[in-house]
Design a protein around this ligand. Structure first.
Ligand code: NAD
Length: 499
């Protein structure tokens, strides 16, 4: 049990054992100011899980400098040599799977089985991207001039920055950093301040795996300080960011000053449409999982269920029953099906949305309260919540809540369902449950998202396929699949006269 981790030691020893460092140029360093910030367990807010460097602009510039120096050697290594380093890291990741899962649950709150799922997903993505890095093929192209041979080569960009969120604190860095490094770039990584120890666990794998100094650097601190330098420093050639739409849009603007390439994976408000000919039990299972797993804090969580009138009653009754069966508890409790939300800001924000839903006239059919029983009152626990009678223009139907709150919208027919599902600024994921091929195909054609599903939940993804949103859910090339590495390379076209 992770709570035994700090058991039986004095406060001073506890602070020393829990103090973490930045990783710059192959060395573990404090912030130059020696300032730190603390992280707290969202299941028990009195527990400080660690102290982390509150890094300055200068520290961040030092990390960029280290990455810049390391680029000279790393870029000329053969991809096979890069793969060798990363395979060592992968082997350590597999070996430490259980330990890393404990830290994810400690910091993020998600139940241990979901933390393990996150690592397994990261392992699969890492394997795929290492192999993609060995397939960075160019083209040979016929040209109109005799005696000239022409071809393309793919080259790295230089130093890239990776800024990641707290909801997938392990998988998101893997999805970005592995293709970046395999393509020959060097990297400065900033984990989210709610999950810095997971960032440390991730970086430690590279350190122990023997990655050359400066190839990967990790630095913790404020988004407005560390993040800002990682976005505006002219030595940064690409920014891969996952986080909120608000911060992402700000990054997009700032990056334009130096014409820095961006890959921005942002917020979502994902809809699942349920038609009259759907397998309702299947739909209920998928919506319950995608709405409430990780307390609704997947970017691909289902936060809107759009159901046609004919089957609305059956769907809602079964959905409420399945939702009420979810046991809320500490992520380390094996009986828990849903942990806390990640931190007090999330907690307060979600409660505001629940109040807003009530005020706007939506009907609360499940949950709606913070959990105040037993020891859970010490953490950020919110009941899985369902609103029905939601109108498409209500705040709870339009804005990303990022919590265990599902809005059920009843519509007359398929055409209205499509209109409602698209009438939103976001465009990450969607899904439809139907056995009507024409409706399925029409939905796939008309849904305004980066990836969609038929008779599957909105969160399903595989490493070999692109992962990213459109509209205000994403800018630039999607992560994962072939585009995952394509984002981190530039093309060079070569014309060679040989006779
Ligand atoms: P956030 O935008 O608050 O923070 C994300 C990261 O950006 C953190 O590391 C943060 O410190 C940093 N940051 C904050 N301000 C910054 C600034 N001014 N400049 C540079 N960096 C800055 O997001 P979050 O709360 O950590 O994550 C939740 C959000 O992430 C949700 O909106 C969710 O939908 C989104 N998300 C999207 C995807 C996707 O693939 N589309 C995946 C996971 C999460």
């Amino acid at each position: 049990m992770i709570c035994q981790y700090f058991f039986g030691i004095t406060n001073k020893e506890m602070n020393e054992s829990k103090t973490f460092k930045n990783y710059i140029n192959g060395q573990w360093l404090d912030a130059s100011t020696h300032d730190t910030f603390e992280q707290r367990n969202p299941s028990r807010l009195s527990e400080v899980t660690g102290l982390f460097p509150l890094s300055s602009k200068e520290d961040t510039r030092l990390a960029i400098e280290a990455a810049q120096s390391a680029f000279t050697e790393w870029k000329i290594l053969s991809p096979f040599a890069r793969a060798k380093y990363l395979k060592k890291v992968l082997a350590l990741m597999i070996e430490r799977r259980e330990d890393i899962a404990q830290i994810i649950t400690l910091e993020n709150g998600k139940i241990v089985s979901d933390s393990l799922g996150e690592i397994d997903s990261a392992i699969a993505e890492m394997e795929f991207q290492i192999n993609e890095g060995l397939r960075l093929f160019g083209e040979t192209v016929p040209v109109s001039i005799d005696g000239v041979f022409a071809y393309t080569v793919k080259e790295p960009l230089g130093v890239v920055s990776v800024i990641s969120p707290w909801n997938f604190p392990f998988n998101v860095p893997v999805r970005k950093i592995i293709p970046a490094l395999m393509a020959g770039n060097t990297c400065v990584f900033k984990p989210a301040s709610l999950t810095p120890q997971t960032g440390y666990m991730f970086t430690k794998l590279f350190d122990e795996g023997g990655i050359p100094a400066g190839v990967l650097n990790m630095i913790t601190g404020l988004g407005s300080v560390v993040g800002n330098i990682l976005v505006t420093d002219p030595r940064i050639k690409a920014i891969s960011f996952t986080g909120s739409t608000e911060v992402g849009m700000g990054i997009h603007q700032k990056a334009s000053v130096n014409a820095t390439r961006t890959q921005l994976e942002l917020g979502g408000k994902n809809a699942t449409v349920i038609l009259e000919d759907a397998d309702i039990d299947l739909a209920v299972k998928a919506v319950t999982r995608a709405a409430f797993a990780c307390s609704g804090q997947w970017c691909t969580s289902t936060s809107r269920a759009i159901v046609v009138k004919k089957v609305a009653q059956e769907f809602i009754e079964k959905l409420v029953k399945a939702t009420n069966a979810i046991i809320v508890g500490d992520g380390f409790d094996q009986n828990a099906g849903m942990g806390p939300v990640c931190g007090t800001d999330q907690f307060e924000n979600i409660k505001k949305y629940i109040e807003s839903g009530k005020k706007e006239g939506a009907i609360l059919l499940a949950g709606g309260n913070e959990v105040r029983n037993n020891h859970l009152k010490e953490g950020c626990f919110i009941e899985p919540t369902i609103f029905v009678g939601v109108k498409p223009d209500m705040k709870i139907a339009q804005e990303e809540i990022f919590g265990p709150v599902l809005s059920v919208i009843t519509v007359e027919n398929f055409e209205e369902a499509i209109k409602v599902s698209n009438d939103i600024v976001f465009g990450l994921s969607s899904s439809i449950f139907t056995n009507n091929l024409k409706h399925a195909m029409t939905f796939v054609q008309q849904t305004e998202v980066g990836f969609t599903h038929v008779n599957l939940m909105t969160s399903l993804k595989e490493p070999q396929l692109p992962f990213g949103g459109i509209k205000e859910s994403g800018v630039g090339m999607p992560e994962a699949g072939k585009t995952g590495i394509e984002f981190f390379i530039k093309y060079k076209t070569v014309y060679m006269k040989y006779s």
